[in-house]
Design a protein around this ligand. Structure first.
Ligand code: ZN
Length: 492
């Protein structure tokens, strides 16, 4: 094994390529790419991660000490200062904030109510980027659609559309899934709803919250109490149609509205929401490193995002990820052993409303070879699977990594093992720069109960899964940084 490490790269590539081409079957000894001492260190990191409480401390400090930290806000700046202090204290090097300007959206006061057939105040939240209503609000009949698809199926001839002159309501339901695909499907109503509604003449858009809180009989809101809550999140406009105000109502309110719809009665709604768009601001990516040795100019990027929506404390989204990747890097630094490549922690700015941090990072480091980009941005749930996006020749290295992860109850699903999605910012970088990636998939069954709501608070975070996450990230980063083979270019 030691001999392999001294072979020139080209020879190693050939050897691994031959392994990968072996009729599609895995090599008998998948650990072969690493020397036993390297695997032993990975296993040691794993065991120390499982006993480590640093992530718990970090997410508590960030959430309860600072709270919501939307990009460009004073709390965003406080979070940056906190993160730089925390990363320095963990023994990491080259700790810095790389600032960039951006334009941000700001929420103002907002309220909505059903005015007919029965008056009822609605628990609501403006969608991110929503324009304001006219002063004093607007009042209109409701045109109810069961889904975005149903709205799209309606005619775009305004005079003929039910939406024309009305407040369109889209009742898209978010299915509870482990991997988040229920959200992935439903979120299109939030993102594309305003344009589709405006195209048909609507004066405003309301949606059932994209989330799993408050579902009848699901126990979905047990963790965060039983109070109904609305889920915010970004929406968008395009230049071809007027920009109309857009907001979400709580799931119980959506159920109430659906019941009136089923009764066939005409509904009216009043909404008054104030917002500001295009506010000049600045934010930054926070970066820290554990410098490598002979391949120090190659980067193993492990990341999370520091910004949040402007509600709650961003415990799941993404305080947990910040805690996990910082703690994992801290473990490697405290072991005082350097890997060949540089392990770089990046806490991105403004993931939530435009991926500015990822775009900024990519522009700045586009010429730097990246061995890996990966992001923790799915709360504190346990990791159940590892998947890569690497060159086929590198798959034996990923297989060896998966063997070290297996005792953490992390599977390496054969059919999808090279189809991982590494998280939002990391995904942007993977696609734009063709940088290889690894996805550590977390159980997100409960993630969308509090996601983008006032309930996303440290006190509602189930922290039991944090040590397993830290262990997995330390193993992944260390072995990626020690790999005898480059991971790229990935198969996208
Ligand atoms: Zn997030």
């Amino acid at each position: 094994m030691d001999l392999r490490r001294r072979l020139p790269r080209r020879a190693l590539l050939g050897a691994a390529g031959a392994l990968a081409l072996g009729g599609g079957s895995r090599p008998a000894a998948a650990s072969a790419p690493f020397a036993e001492a390297e695997l032993a260190h990975a296993r040691d990191l794993r065991e120390r991660g499982l006993a480590d409480r640093t992530a718990h401390r970090l997410v508590r400090e960030l959430c309860t000490g600072i709270g919501a930290r939307p990009a460009g806000s004073p709390e965003d700046a406080k979070a940056r200062a906190w993160a730089m202090g925390a990363l320095t204290a963990l023994g990491l090097e080259n700790v810095r904030a790389e600032a960039f300007p951006l334009r941000v959206w700001r929420r103002g006061p907002a309220a909505a109510r059903l005015t007919a057939p029965q008056p009822r105040p609605l628990v609501m939240a403006a969608l991110g980027n929503s324009v304001a209503t006219p002063a004093g609000g607007l009042d209109a009949e409701v045109a109810w659609y069961p889904s975005l698809a149903a709205l799209r199926a309606d005619t775009t001839d305004r005079e003929q559309s039910r939406a024309n002159g009305r407040i369109v309501f889209i009742d898209e339901r978010t299915a509870r899934t482990r991997d988040g695909r229920g959200y992935g499907n439903a979120v299109l109503a939030r993102i594309n709803g305003p344009v589709e509604a405006a195209r048909r003449g609507a004066v405003a858009l309301a949606i059932r919250s994209i989330g799993t809180s408050g579902e009848a009989g699901s126990g979905g809101s047990e963790r965060a109490g039983t109070s109904p809550v609305a889920h915010t999140g970004a929406t968008r406009y395009d230049l071809s149609v007027p920009r109309i105000p857009a907001f979400a109502v709580s799931v119980p309110d959506a159920e109430y509205i659906a019941a009136w719809q089923a009764s066939g009665q005409m509904m009216r709604m009043h909404v008054d929401l104030q917002t500001r768009s295009g506010v000049d601001a600045s934010t930054a990516n926070v970066i820290a490193e554990w410098r490598g040795t002979d391949l120090a100019d190659e980067v193993v990027l492990i990341s999370a995002h520091l910004d949040t929506w402007d509600v709650g404390e961003g415990a799941e989204d993404d305080g947990a990820g910040v805690g996990i990747v910082c703690a994992a890097a801290g473990l490697m630094a405290s072991a005082k052993r350097r890997a060949r490549r540089t392990i770089r922690v990046v806490l991105f700015g403004n993931e939530e409303n435009g991926f500015d941090g990822a775009l900024q990072y990519g522009n700045r480091y586009k010429d730097v070879p990246h061995q890996l980009v990966a992001e923790s941005d799915f709360g504190a749930g346990r990791i159940y699977a590892v998947r890569s996006r690497v060159a086929p020749a590198a798959l034996p290295v990923i297989d060896a990594m998966a063997e070290v992860l297996a005792p953490l109850e992390i599977a390496h699903p054969e059919a999808t093992r090279n189809q991982g999605n590494p998280g939002p910012d990391a995904g942007v970088l993977m696609r734009r720069h063709r940088w290889p990636a690894i996805a550590l998939s977390q159980d997100g069954s409960r993630y969308f109960d509090v996601h983008h709501t006032v309930h996303d608070m440290f006190e509602h975070l189930d922290t039991a899964g944090l040590p397993q996450n830290v262990a997995a990230w330390a193993v992944t980063a260390w072995l990626a940084a020690q790999s005898p083979l480059p991971f790229g270019p990935p198969v996208l």
